[in-house]
Design a protein around this ligand. Structure first.
Ligand code: 3PG
Length: 216
């Protein structure tokens, strides 16, 4: 696969998503009902973060049992994590930041990958490695929409998925920005709802968000 094809795939996945829930799964048995609840609410592109010991097994279970879900791996911190994501069958990878080592590994991999950036220099490193779709993290804490607009001045063609501090109240404002292809965040799957198995509540919240955010 060429780098251009990989980037096109990544952009298509993010544009189809509108909203990407950032999932932290503590118990592997929650993975499949959670993915089903999200998909039932119209949220199909999921980011399973490598933040818990069961994350890899959870992502594998979702991929095997919820084929409607497009499962990516988040919190990729190095080349080993990237290889893990590719091996388990993830459709994309995403990271909170990027080191030179990670950018090099991602450039050599055919896994669609969005590195994290928060500054112009980090964005320049991502672009130099061939990544024009980036996660802006932590988005609200790093200056919010004003900071995004400032970054888009010298880099008008970048595609952005902001995460960090995004929720029901501000998701629409972010999505109205021309460079924003999707927004990410944990608000659609609160830890308490996962813990208590409130799958119907998660579906209802997703359906409400998609109805108000996804262009017809
Ligand atoms: C992420 O990794 O993208 C963030 O943890 C999501 O931030 P949020 O919890 O503020 O949505």
């Amino acid at each position: 696969m060429t780098a251009a094809t990989r980037q096109e795939q990544l952009a298509a996945i993010f544009k189809s998503a509108t909203v990407i829930p950032v999932l932290t799964i503590e118990r592997v048995e929650d993975a499949v009902p959670l993915a089903r609840a999200l998909v039932a609410g119209g949220v199909r592109v999921l980011e399973v973060t490598l933040r818990t010991p069961v994350a890899v097994e959870a992502a594998k279970a979702m991929i095997a049992e919820v084929p409607e879900a497009i499962v990516g791996i988040g919190t990729i911190l190095n080349g080993d994590d990237l290889a893990k994501a590719r091996a388990l069958g993830a459709k994309f990878g995403i990271s909170p930041g990027a080191t030179p080592e990670l950018l090099k590994a991602a450039a050599a991999s055919d896994l669609p990958f969005a590195p994290g950036i928060a500054t112009a220099s980090e964005l320049m490193q991502a672009l130099a490695a061939g990544f024009d779709l980036v996660k802006f993290f932590p988005a609200e804490q790093s200056g919010g929409i004003k900071a995004l607009r400032a970054l888009a001045g010298p880099f008008p063609n970048i595609l952005i998925c902001p995460t960090g501090g995004i929720g029901e109240a501000n998701a629409a404002s972010w999505l109205a920005e021309p460079n924003v292809v999707a927004v990410g965040g944990s608000w659609l799957c609160p830890a308490a709802d996962i813990r208590s198995g409130n799958w119907a509540g998660i579906t209802a919240m997703c359906a409400r968000a998609m109805k108000s955010l996804k262009p017809a």
